[in-house]
Design a binder for this molecule. Sequence first.
Ligand SMILES: *Cc1c(COP(=O)(O)O)cnc(C)c1O
Length: 399
Amino acid sequence: MTTPHAMTTPTHPALLGSLSSTAAPEQIINFSPGPTSLPKEVEAKIADIFNTTGLTSLAISHRAPEFLAILEHAIASTRKVMEIPDDYEILFTHGGGHGQFAALPLNLCHNASDIATYVVNGTWSIRGRDEASRYCTVQTIDGSAPETGDYTHFPELTEADIDPNSKYLYVCSNETVNGIELHRLPKLLESRKHIPLVVDASSDFSTKPIDWHGSNVGVLFACASKNIGHPGLTMTIIRKDLLGEGKASPLCPGVFNYTTNSEAGNLWNTPATFNIEVVGIVMDWLDSHGGIAENERRSIAKAKQLYEVIDNSNGFYGTPVANKAIRSRMNVPFNVKGGDEELTNQFLIESWEQGMIGLRTLTPFGVGDYLRASLYNGVTKENAATLAEFMCRFARENA
Ligand SMILES: *Cc1c(COP(=O)(O)O)cnc(C)c1O
């Protein structure tokens, strides 16, 4: 049911970013950009942890054998699902994605004069680059459109743009806000193959295979709260040759130091024990649902339904990234009739009342010009179909 009087006043909870839809609980679909819901089976397993008697991973020493088993399992399951070769270390780090924005230059650049090259093609790579510039000498490959300054494509990586002395080349494999995704990591030119690739995979990790050696991945990190778990934990995967005494900046704090944490087996200080257990449960879920190849097929199928509605709407819906090869499968940005405020509000209220929440949330970059449907692991193909059907119906009624 719609609430017509609320359309003109920005007081309706749906317009204030509320996630407490009045729809029945079984109708709720969480399209939030993160933190967000995990797959239902995973959430049920997490609930089981608290339904059994005995101590949970929230209440045991991180050095107890019970937790060591949980930690080893989370690492082994991640390694299996993501096909991570043995010459990579898996670390559970602190401070979210932002922590890694600082940790990267502090670990890979010994001196502030060391060079790091950043591909900037959206809000998150800007933020990563700006944070790094406090600790090393940053060079930028700018991917903004010359006329508008918009981020709607991924720039070409030419030899001339990549300083051969770069300690690393940084890319964000899914620009969560702009809706640009690298469905496969770039392969560097022969003359730049010595430069390790650093990847912010915060919002697409576990949704497609990674060619660890073929793409020369040096470090890949993902905050857990999009696809693999809960806020407070970040997975950082680092190639072992980048570790070692004296490699990091002498100013690198211990909690951020990859070598220190690797040598301590993830137990240099207290890790986020419960969150690590959750990552293990998510990885087991992926493993038992066809592994990474099948999860990529699911991701493609989910996103396809929404982009098809947008592309076939005769302009009723718009999406900023025209190039289908780099459209994000994780976050589908769209507007309603070119951003018409009244229709957009009506869309938000009606969808919210039917249980579709999180389509417009506040980010560090504001609410943005576009609504956004995020299709992480917690969203099923049927869930995406429900939104696609709603969008079709809304367009028919309001075109
Ligand atoms: C969400 C997100 C981050 C930020 O992570 P925090 O855990 O909030 O620090 C970084 N990069 C990308 C691509 C993201 O989507």
